[in-house]
Design a protein around this ligand. Structure first.
Ligand SMILES: *[C@@H]1O[C@H](CO)[C@@H](O)[C@H](O)[C@H]1NC(C)=O
Ligand SMILES: *[C@@H]1O[C@H](CO)[C@@H](O)[C@H](O)[C@H]1NC(C)=O
Length: 408
């Protein structure tokens, strides 16, 4: 009996030790986040072990865990009819709201899911529920793009898939087929999907051959640059779940098909040291000491080594490619993109990616609504539909859908 009690006590302590992590005071529902984080860390750990043993790529293991969890999320808004089809060879799911009136045109949203360009099951659970909710609340046609992901493919394939699907949808014939008003189409994405949505919005914006343009873009805590892994928010939130700073750097290297060992150089900003002439013209586009407010910079200082890893940017030129990192686009391009809603969370390493993009768009004359959540953390929207449903995730979804309701 005594042994059993001791065993249970030790096990409880071990589990509590594994689950407990110190979190910022303002963060929404800390215990739920710890549970979510413990689960996610467990999946990443299993992925790493399987990878190390040569059994499977770590990403596939993590994704199987995600698919398992997503399958448990109950389907909501069942009345929305879904259609799985191909847009110019790219797999998409189209959501049709009910009660079509003859001859009446609808609004539409092209949705691009997140997951570090490697994870996520868009046709299951959270993202499926989110698309159903948009279709129902906005009475809009929603296109959920199931682009190909790492490790099967790398940049620019996911980007190209999203551009193809968007172009196909914006063609006059397709819009007619779905009874969509060409003047009322938005593009929307979260995290890596926000990266792709921003890049697609730029691509469509500058293409003279495309007559129908997006009216709006919604970027939910988007990832927009890989040249500075020491922005104020990267420094402040490096150990805040679930998107740890190191994990974001890993996702970038995987997306760009680069050597995972480069992570050490990235985290030190060795790729953007002062001796890297390739970045000199780019620095101002992500100079957070001028683009952020003093309140957000706090006591953080830029990390700019004097000498770095000279060959890194030559080996992986995509780091400087605005199709991969939309924050690096020139002002001429930014001027052509649609009005934006950018959602950011205070406790997110990507906070400053989103805020810098908001400032740069404003400087280019684009109207921006920056909805900043003081209790927000990365991923809160995609777990809004899980049984844990975080209140900040629900508020974030409500806010951006309300903005679309009013402006689309
Ligand atoms: C537009 O179409 C023309 C002719 O097909 C082509 O040469 C041009 O590159 C296209 N422009 C863009 C931005 O794709
Ligand atoms: C960063 O650059 C410095 C200077 O070239 C070099 O000594 C150091 O090894 C680099 N660090 C990494 C992790 O690549």
């Amino acid at each position: 009996m005594m042994k059993l009690l001791c065993g249970i006590t030790l096990l409880t302590i071990a589990v509590a030790h594994y689950v407990y992590i110190p979190l910022p005071e303002q963060i929404s529902e800390p215990w739920k986040l710890m549970l979510l984080d413990a689960t996610f860390r467990g999946a990443v750990w299993m992925g790493d072990v399987a990878h190390w043993m040569g059994l499977s790529h770590s990403v596939r293991v993590i994704n199987s865990a995600i698919i398992g969890f997503e399958s448990l999320v109950p389907i909501t808004n069942n009345e929305i009819r879904v259609e799985d089809t191909l847009f110019d060879g790219v797999s998409v799911r189209v959501y049709h709201p009910n009660g079509k009136k003859e001859g009446e045109l609808r609004r539409a949203v092209v949705f691009i899911h997140g997951g570090g360009w490697a994870l996520g099951a868009p046709k299951l659970g959270s993202y499926d529920s989110l698309c159903r909710q948009m279709a129902a609340d906005l009475d809009a046609v929603v296109v959920n793009v199931d682009y190909r992901m790492a490790p099967d493919v790398h940049f620019p394939v996911p980007y190209d898939d999203c551009v193809k699907a968007a172009k196909h949808f914006l063609s006059v014939e397709t819009l007619e087929k779905y009874s969509v008003d060409p003047e009322r189409v938005a593009v929307c994405g979260d995290s890596a999907g926000g990266n792709l949505a921003a890049a697609v919005a730029q691509r469509i914006g500058i293409d003279d051959n495309i007559s129908v343009k997006f009216k709006l873009q919604v970027l939910i805590y988007p990832v927009l640059q890989a040249l500075d892994f020491n922005t104020a928010s990267y420094q402040q939130n490096q150990n805040v779940p679930i998107l740890y700073r190191k994990l974001m750097a890993r996702f970038w290297l995987e997306y760009l098909g680069a050597d995972p060992d480069l992570i050490h150089s990235l985290l030190m900003n060795n790729h953007t040291a002062l001796d890297q002439s390739l970045v000199s013209s780019t620095r101002a586009k992500l100079d957070w000491t001028t683009l952020l407010s003093k309140r957000m910079i706090k006591h953080f200082k830029p990390v700019v080594p004097v000498t770095g890893s000279p060959n890194l940017l030559k080996e992986v030129p995509a780091f400087l490619d605005a199709r991969a990192a939309p924050l690096l686009a020139d002002e001429d391009v930014l001027r052509m993109v649609p009005r934006a809603f950018i959602l950011t969370g205070e406790h997110d390493v990507l906070r400053d990616d989103g805020i810098m993009y908001a400032r740069r768009l404003e400087q280019a004359g684009v109207s921006v609504t920056n909805d900043h959540f003081e209790d927000g953390f990365h991923g809160c929207v995609s777990v809004a539909f899980w049984p844990l449903h975080f209140s900040v995730g629900i508020r974030a979804v409500q806010n951006y859908i309300a903005w679309l309701q009013e402006n689309l």
